[in-house]
Design a binder for this molecule. Sequence first.
Ligand SMILES: N[C@@H](CC(=O)c1ccccc1NC=O)C(=O)O
Length: 342
Amino acid sequence: MDGMDGMDDLDGGPEGGAPWKRMSKEELENQYSPSRWVVRLGAEEALRTYSQIGNEATKRAQATGRNLLDVPYGDGEGEKLDIYFPEAVSEGLPFLVFFHGGYWQSGSKDSSAFMVGPLTAQGVAVVIVAYDVAPKGTLDQMVAQVTQSIVFVQKQYPGNQGIYLCGHSAGAHLAAMMLLANWTKHGVTPNLKGFFLVSGIYDLEPVMHTSENASLLTTLEDAQRNSPQWHLKTAPTQPVDPACRILVTVGQHDSPEFHRQSRELYQTLRRGGWKVSFEELHDVDHFEILWNLTQKDYVLTQVPLQETITGTSAHSPLLFVPLFISSWDGSTRGGVGSVPGE
Ligand SMILES: N[C@@H](CC(=O)c1ccccc1NC=O)C(=O)O
């Protein structure tokens, strides 16, 4: 079940120092440019397709279901969220709250409703959160906004059947930062039941050294303060709800650095006592991993698998899991950090 011991030391490794520290500037740049690793499209085309699929999914979601759009969760202009409800009215709904990616400097809630169709069809309310990307927002502000959005959902829907956080890429970083949140400060403890962390970055130090993102993080202190991997390693946290689960996923075609980031977060969380699973998703890149979430069929066809992996009821938003593993062909299960039956 383990098999990964000895691989999780951020500053360890046979030659000493994290692997990225031995990379040339160009190599580091390459490792942290997800679009350079796509296999079926060119980089530009992949980014364009990603926006297009996100836009279309959002238009569809807004036109077909019950929703509340541009709901303010704070006083700031950018502090808005969209809520998409399932058709069946129910007292206590599970909520999936999604944070988009875009390297903390692009992306928007208006093109990120990828998973709304399949999840609302399964009885899950989906919340897509906007936050102030750079240069308007700093990382500290984005983390504060995301925290506030979750507090808002809990206060607005105190009878919810669980809040499940999902983030992609930079959004997975923001979701993972919520593992460290001090909720008592906010006067409410959200009913957090699960985290779905998709192709995220959890140690921000290497990002400091990439051109595109240098403006986000100017000091090592900024990077560490905003690195869930760093905090969880030095001061492990505990879930408020012991049943809370975490799924850390990365696409097969994500870069080796993205793989390392996910694996190391998984290992640190496992050591800290969290109920965490790791999945490398077969034959998907950094963007396709999210496109798959628009595909309703996967939910319906993979229910038995979902039961196996999560051990939860068929009406749980962990139906998300089968979406993630939609292209699973049997050969990647049980691979690197996966914890069968957990
Ligand atoms: N300039 C980046 C863009 C990028 O990383 C990205 C784009 C859309 C959604 C998520 C992304 N990555 C992490 O947040 C790239 O080379 O792919």
